[in-house]
Write a protein that binds this ligand. Structure first.
Ligand SMILES: Cc1ncc(C[n+]2csc(CCOP(=O)(O)OP(=O)(O)O)c2C)c(N)n1
Ligand SMILES: [Mg+2]
Length: 271
């Protein structure tokens, strides 16, 4: 089935995802909330406004595929899959606990809806390229979406995928880059600069678009647009920690976890 909820309904999903992801991180005292919050609007737009998928049939052959290449942001992918109905809410309470199916990085053998295991940065995009190539060879119509971090783009394997995807004209492949300008401990541009990312992908033969990564209507429009004849790269300008004042643009919230007072403050702001 195709999910195309109205924009306010998708915004409500994104709010629930932020609150729920932060509750999971608070309970577990583990996680990557900064990167969860920069990605959540993108995932909400994909799962509830763009992709054709059926939570009752995670292995349906014609489903659109989503690969969460920035696999550390499990608060984002698990809340999206749960909200869509891939698994019950009670699973979220077990996040990163002993024996939980919801590990710190997503495992396709445990979690319905996870397309491929991710966590080692630089792997998801090449795998998604293979998924898109298989679809093209078989003449199928599914689309493949993949989300990488921006720091993740420093891994060389991404550029091998970018070359082959353009060479093979994988027009049903869409790469989204979560351009929050921060990686684990510092800014991307002071670590190993990426700009001008748009010109780099254009030079590799990709269609390139820029979008405000927190504008759900704009995300649904650009992600849902007709694929055209080349692979598409969407640079989503985002804010790491988006939605919580003391977390926004702060590298320390990459894998920072809240104490009780910070958690309470965040819940007051996320309304
Ligand atoms: C190959 C590899 N090296 C290092 C790490 C540890 N690590 C996890 S997240 C991260 C920073 C990622 O930054 P970015 O891609 O910008 O993600 P975001 O800002 O969206 O959280 C690092 C270094 C990893 N998971 N994989
Ligand atoms: Mg980043």
């Amino acid at each position: 089935m195709s999910m195309n909820d109205p924009i306010p309904a998708i915004q409500a999903r994104a709010l629930w995802m932020r609150r729920t992801a932060f509750a999971m991180v608070h309970r577990a005292q583990l996680g990557h909330p900064g990167g969860d919050f920069s990605a959540i609007d993108i995932l909400a737009a994909l799962y509830f406004g763009v992709m054709t998928h059926d939570p009752a049939r995670p292995d349906w052959a014609d489903r659109d595929r989503f690969v969460m290449s920035k696999g550390h942001a499990t608060g984002a992918i698990y809340t999206a899959l749960c909200a869509a109905g891939y698994f019950p809410e009670s699973w979220l309470d077990t996040y990163m606990g002993n024996g939980s199916l919801l590990n710190g990085h997503p495992n396709r053998n445990y979690v319905p809806g996870v397309e491929t295991n991710t966590g080692p940065l630089g792997h998801g995009f090449p795998v998604a390229t293979g998924i898109a190539m298989a679809g093209k060879i078989r003449g199928t119509s599914y689309r493949t979406f993949v989300l990488t971090g921006d720091g993740e783009q420093q891994e060389g394997s991404n550029w091998e995928a970018a070359m082959v995807a353009a060479h093979a004209k994988l027009n049903r492949l869409t790469l989204i880059i979560d351009r929050n300008r921060l990686q684990q401990g510092a800014g991307t541009e002071e670590t190993s600069g990426l700009d001008p990312l748009d010109q780099k992908y254009a030079a590799f033969g990709w269609d390139v678009a820029m979008v405000d990564g927190h504008d759900i209507a704009a995300l649904v429009a650009v992600l849902g647009a007709d694929p055209g004849d080349r692979p598409r790269c969407i640079i989503a300008n985002t804010v790491k920690g988006k939605g919580v004042s003391f977390m926004e643009h702060q590298a320390k919230w990459h894998h920072g976890v809240p104490n009780d007072a910070q958690y309470a403050q965040a819940m007051q702001e996320l309304v």
